[in-house]
Design a protein around this ligand. Structure first.
Ligand code: GLC
Length: 534
């Protein structure tokens, strides 16, 4: 087993490497085809050896799994498919003993339609206090046959569903995810209690799902392009909610990371004021194409928007919602956009992998914390899921034009020679694994000095042991066209060549790590990054 790297100070989150675990697809401990907490526990040594500081678990609570667990039926119960509360407590403690903190995922915008509150609301009928915890309304039209407003959905399709007694309820996502009414005190109280429940169990942080969507225009007025404030995105009421959450987190020394997709950087930064969220995901960087000018702009914008509030930036290349990095970078359009995802997009995986390796060194050299999504360290590509096996509601709600998000959620390959590439044992995994999964298995990559896993392990080790990485200043250096070069200290430099031809390296005293071999004359090839000692 790897030696534990000791948890750092209270400020650990300012430069942490956080590994996202999608429990359903990480490791299957009981062999039933679905990943579980027992599986995660057996793989903790792997995560310690990889060198991550924390794990973020996508929802592991009781759920009908209509939206992969983002439809929570009970926050205080682990879904039996994943394990028990006792196991979660053990997992948190075992990870802690290895120097790894635990971050959980809270989904405050909505609950599952199987949540006791929503079932009670359906039963109690129109006008009841039970319905006030959600957004129930009569319909429009002569017989109430039209939805109460025209709000567009976050997934394609309608945002209102009618119940048998004639009322409609609001759901920004699927009908199985009714939106909570955040103007209701019980909703606030319940979530504060849930936070305490998990902080008491040793959780070090919380990822807040759809963090900018909770508050709604009380009039539920129709959506009008350009009208400010938006009826349900980024409303001012949210900041009061997060201030009260922050006070609770401070009691436990815990931290937040918000899922805040907002194009306006000034509005984004408001969530990161000192008495609100500690951090938020950097989706500008995630969505940015593999283009030197655009990447530099994204990095500058990110640092500029964080600086006034004193919050550290986060850097993310992919997660459970978006196209996997090696696939995205191997396409003509290397940006990410939910609206343009299509089946059958031509992909050059070799090129994508080369760029993803360079992007890994770029990302890990930037100031702030970094999120890694399970399988990213194995260089897994987006998988093609046979149509009859797709489960993601994004596919169904788009009428089958959007392939959905299952392609980045395929169960991991652990051992090249074991059944199901070592994910589980008895039953076939819940999503089919591509035929070349065994060749990408962790046990094979572990022994291969040129593998993605070796690159990540080495990069994380150097990032942890070399002064200058993580939080702190970044200084751009003069560089040729298409090249990003910056210093993190007097002694540490990162150079990324996004131009089509090799470039000479600036003066240096040693190469710490490169994402691919340098040319014989020491030049940095195209789509390659290097960390230099200076
Ligand atoms: C977030 C999650 C996504 C989920 C949605 C609804 O965007 O990352 O997976 O479908 O919220 O909860």
């Amino acid at each position: 087993m790897a030696a534990p790297h000791s948890p750092r100070t209270d400020d650990w989150w300012r430069d942490a490497v956080i590994y996202q675990v999608y429990p359903r697809s990480f490791a299957d401990g009981d062999g039933d085809g679905t990943g579980d907490l027992a599986g995660v526990r057996t793989r903790l040594p792997y995560l310690a050896e990889l060198g991550v500081d924390a794990l973020w678990f996508t929802p592991w609570y009781l759920s009908p799994l209509v939206d992969g667990g983002y439809d929570v039926a009970d926050y205080r119960t682990i879904d039996p498919a994943f394990g028990t509360l006792g196991e979660a407590e053990k997992l948190i403690a075992e990870a802690h003993d290895l120097g790894i903190r635990t971050i959980i995922d809270i989904v405050p915008n909505h609950v599952s339609d199987q949540h006791s509150w929503f079932r009670a609301a359906l039963e109690a009928g129109p006008g009841s206090p039970e319905r006030e915890r959600f957004h129930f309304r009569p319909g429009r039209g002569e017989h109430g046959e039209l939805p109460p407003n025209d709000w567009p959905s976050q997934f394609s399709g309608r945002t209102w569903t009618r119940v048998p007694d004639g009322e409609w309820y609001l759901h920004l996502f699927t009908p199985e995810q009714p939106d909570l009414n955040w103007a209701h005190p019980a909703v606030r109280h319940e979530h504060e209690d849930v936070l305490r429940f998990w902080f008491e169990r040793g959780v070090a942080g919380v990822r807040i799902d759809s963090a900018a969507l909770l508050a709604k225009d009380p009039a539920l007025a129709d959506f009008e392009e350009g009208v400010d404030p938006h009826p349900y995105i980024d409303r001012d009421e949210l900041h009061d909610i997060y201030r009260s959450w922050r006070a609770i987190a401070d009691e436990y020394g815990a931290v937040f990371v918000g899922e805040v997709w907002l194009p306006d950087s000034e509005r984004f930064a408001r969530y990161l004021r000192p008495d609100e969220l500690h951090t938020a995901f950097n989706f500008t960087f995630l969505a940015c194409p593999w283009d030197p000018g655009r990447l530099r702009q994204a990095i500058d914008d990110t640092l500029a928007e964080h600086a006034p509030v004193g919050a550290p930036a986060t850097w993310v290349l992919c997660n459970h919602d978006v196209t996997r990095t090696v696939t995205r970078y191997g396409r003509e359009d290397t940006a990410f956009d939910f609206a343009t995802k299509r089946f059958g997009t031509p992909t050059d995986l070799e090129l994508g992998t080369r760029r993803a390796r360079a992007a890994a060194l770029l990302t890990l050299a930037l100031p702030g914390s970094v999120y890694l999504y399970q399988g990213e360290e194995l260089g897994l590509p987006e998988a093609d899921i046979p149509l009859d096996r797709i489960q993601d509601p994004m596919f169904f709600r788009s009428g089958g034009t959007d392939p959905g998000r299952d392609g980045c959620r395929v169960p991991l390959p652990w051992s090249a020679d074991a059944p199901y590439a070592g994910f589980g044992s008895r039953a076939e995994p819940w999503l089919p694994q591509p035929v070349d999964w065994p060749a990408r298995a962790a046990d094979r990559q572990r022994l291969d000095p040129a593998s993605m896993l070796t690159l990540y392990r080495e990069a994380l080790r150097l990032r942890r042991t070399t002064a200058g990485f993580g939080d702190g200043p970044l200084r751009w250096l003069p560089s040729a066209d298409g090249v990003l070069a910056f210093a993190r200290s007097e002694h540490l430099m990162c150079v990324v060549n996004l131009s089509p031809a090799p470039v000479g390296l600036p003066a240096h005293t040693g190469v710490l790590l490169s994402s691919g071999p340098l040319d014989a004359d020491g030049a940095l090839p195209s789509d390659t990054a290097v960390w230099l000692r200076t």
